[in-house]
Design a protein around this ligand. Structure first.
Ligand SMILES: C[S@@+](CC[C@H](N)C(=O)[O-])C[C@H]1O[C@@H](n2cnc3c(N)ncnc32)[C@H](O)[C@@H]1O
Length: 276
């Protein structure tokens, strides 16, 4: 499927009622972020204007919010095909997406690639909140690694498995997928399996699982914790559970995405120093 990359879309100066940060292109679908129902008419006008210049886009939706534990978008169909599934591309890899059933944000593609580049061959990686598999598939593409992908949302795991099949000839590593509540999964793995790296990308709740994640980490292994914090944070000291203060250390903190005018999603990289 042809994909229109956001930065390759035709100029939209004349459709200027929304700025670039409120507009996303995923595969052949355009999504306009709006604050409330009152902006619907303006969003429809923008979609009509933008679609004339970008005929590759087949459907347009307004996104009102991202809801619940599964972080699924609340959408209103605006124009064109009323279809929410599509295929998108990140660094040459294909991903099945359904914007009404599972979380996906194309603005994370660089982050997926960045983390995948930091993995080494032979690592055992747990992608604890994998969504449709952005981190997992990039890692298995670049490395002979064992990736365990988990998301409580079965729809996300279904899409991930379809993408694994679609990219199968390009994957060096293996991916095992489960759909279990993360806390429960860690309880089942504890003492039986240890990981070189645990990716915790669920900024609204992943912090609650940090202590448990460190318990299934090998000494010298890393946790990548994604968390919502006020903008402008450069250093953070009080995040590790007190029982892990001597066992783990924060090695890096980085702003990943803007979340709201006052908050951003940060990645905190933590290394496990010892078991006791
Ligand atoms: C921000 S999204 C993940 C994005 C994904 N890592 C990516 O890069 O595209 C957070 C995901 O965590 C999942 N999730 C939230 N709470 C969970 C839990 N307690 N156990 C397992 N998965 C959970 C949601 O279903 C959602 O897909």
């Amino acid at each position: 499927m042809d994909e229109l990359e956001p930065n390759k879309a035709n100029k939209d100066d004349e459709c200027s009622s929304f700025n670039r940060s409120s507009f996303l292109i995923i595969g052949d679908i355009g999504i306009i972020n709006i604050g409330n129902d009152e902006e619907l008419a303006k969003a429809r006008e923008f979609a009509e204007c933008f679609s004339k210049k970008n005929p590759n886009l087949k459907g347009f939706f307004a996104k009102l919010s991202t809801e619940g534990e599964f972080r699924v978008a609340r959408l209103v169909h605006l124009l064109g095909e009323n279809r929410t599934n599509t295929i998108t591309k990140e660094y040459g890899l294909f991903f099945y997406v359904d914007i009404a059933k599972a979380y996906y944000n194309p603005r994370l593609s660089e982050e997926h690639r960045k983390i995948a580049l930091s993995v080494e061959d032979g690592e055992k990686v747990l992608d604890l909140f994998s969504g449709i598999g952005g981190f997992s598939i990039h890692i298995a593409h670049l490395h002979r690694s064992l990736v365990f992908s988990n998301d409580w949302n079965r729809e996300a795991i279904f899409l991930l498995l379809k993408s694994v099949f679609l990219n199968r000839k390009r994957l060096k590593g293996s991916i095992y997928a489960t759909s279990v509540e993360s806390g429960l999964l860690i309880d089942r793995l504890k003492g039986k399996m240890f990981f070189d790296r645990v990716i915790m990308n669920s900024p609204t709740n992943s912090f609650n699982y940090l202590g448990k994640a460190i318990e299934i980490l090998k000494t010298g292994g890393f946790v990548h914790l994604y968390i919502l914090l006020p903008k402008g944070i450069e250093e953070i000291t009080h995040i590790l559970p007190s029982t892990f203060l001597r066992l783990a250390k924060i090695v890096n903190i980085e702003e990943v995405l803007e979340y709201s005018p006052s908050k951003s999603i940060y990645r905190i990289d933590i290394i496990k120093l010892s078991d006791q």
